[in-house]
Design a protein around this ligand. Sequence first.
Ligand SMILES: [Zn+2]
Length: 208
Amino acid sequence: MAPAPDEPGRPAGGTPRAALAELLAGNRRFVSGQPIHGHDVTAAAAAASGDQQPYAVVLGCIDSRVPLEAIFDQTFGSICVIRTGGHVLDRAVLGSIEFVVGQLGVPLVMVLGHERCGAVAAAVDALRAGERPGGSLTHLVDQIAPAVTEVGLADPRVGPLATRRHVLRTVAALRADDLLAAPVAAGRVGVVGALYDLATGTVTLLEG
Ligand SMILES: [Zn+2]
């Protein structure tokens, strides 16, 4: 059951499964054009009045077409959001996820990739050209490159397939993280991968 609009926070149970069900229910509200959470100042004030009790953390891409709170129809105080190009991990991202899981007791981590991701395309281009882009963009490309290599540059669907591989590789890295591995193994924390469809707004879970 979805929390009432004026009651931001985690759904009953606090399990990875309940958190995932809540996130996906929010995406269905978004897709159906019937969101219940307007991002108004009243909800912000209600959330600010107490401690935060988010029930999930979503790591997504910076892409302007994928605003995470909106596509999951979430209100203030309900989810933590981290966005980097191609949802690439670095120490700040890992530390942030370790914080919300360890300190805030959040039971679910979702990695959300999307179609036509510019960061994945940059990695494909870099591998094709045999040239790294330079600057810190190199970090993004280097983190995504193994997924592209796994699919193979010759594959005509290298972009979308590498995006899926990269999501699953990111999930695997998080499940193996120093501070996350134990709660994940115990079933207290779930780490899942998903893809966002730009045309329909639908979020689909990836197996892996
Ligand atoms: Zn992207």
